[in-house]
Design a protein around this ligand. Sequence first.
Ligand code: HEM
Ligand SMILES: *[C@@H]1O[C@H](CO)[C@@H](O)[C@H](O)[C@H]1NC(C)=O
Length: 327
Amino acid sequence: MASPSSSMIHRLLLALSVVSAAVLVSGHLSPEFYAAKCPNLRNIVRSAMAEAVRQNPRNAAFVLRLFFHDCFVNVLRIAASGCDASILLDGTAAFASEKFANPNNNSAHGFELIDAIKARVEAECPATVSCADVLALSAHDGVASLGGPTWTVQLGRRDSVAAYQAAANREIPAPFNDLSKLISLFRDKGLSPRDMTALSGGHTIGLAQCSNFAAHIYNDCNADPSFVASRRRICSPDGGRNLAPIDSETPFRFDNAYYRGLVARRGLLHSDQELLNGGSQDALVRQYSADGEAFAGDFAAAMVKMGALSPRPGTTGEVRLKCSKLN
Ligand code: HEM
Ligand SMILES: *[C@@H]1O[C@H](CO)[C@@H](O)[C@H](O)[C@H]1NC(C)=O
């Protein structure tokens, strides 16, 4: 019977069967990958993201976080997973999507925006540009449109034919993680503690829900008391969905104010303040807080590194026509 679940299992098996062949082919990402096939791609994405960010600056934060959560689920390490748009799949009852994994369910957003940008790309360049590349470009353009750094966006990723909900629960860092756990989760992806501290600067934009920072403002004793008092006014110990800016200084400006907040002990999440709490990253946090250029350069370099996690090489995977569904 050709139910969606059995066809998906079939595709997964097919994908696994080419893993050994794929090992022989290195992932060839290149900034010019679509230069001939879709020459207007960069403009399509840039103008769509600029429009989306004008409507709501948080769209840049949504898309940056989606890209991070997409790349970080790297379970098979070789042909599948990494930055492969697996997070964008809707899934079915039998096919547990990453979209509904703990770190994403009720807090990852931007799916419709990426679907809409992909639709514009499809109109000009049918069946050519992967959803994973649309997401990589959108994340870059969102950061840039809020004043952040630019970097060379490597392209040529393939879209997954599977999603990895259990792996997402295991591999994506949580707000209650301490410094050593954060370092080890990034190290598992080949990202250094320096990359981790620079990438955490993504928290210079966007908002978080009370349930993710209540423990920090009620249980930790390393936070600025006036900051704690003001956050407690909107967030009870039981959690809930009330929002606060992660960088309270300039929540929609991609700058280094996040690190100044950490130095002032005004980190919102437990995991944020762990970066400056008497540990190995203190000096780097202080450096970034004083030197916006140093942060921008390291963030850009680390985004390129994260964006290269297990690209699907050669012809494995697919170029999805709609990001939320397998072809
Ligand atoms: C270091 C480990 C990290 C942890 C533990 C973590 C955790 C979180 C949590 C709990 C939230 C709030 C979600 C909510 O309440 O809805 C959040 C938001 C966010 N995260 Fe992270 N994150 C980490 C690293 C990163 C990285 C590396 C990036 C991107 C480079 C990133 C980008 C974002 C953005 C942009 C938001 C705001 C999204 C919005 O406005 O809805 N995070 N993160
Ligand atoms: C996602 O959140 C909804 C609403 O809170 C909940 O009903 C559902 O069980 C969650 N899904 C998973 C897979 O945890």
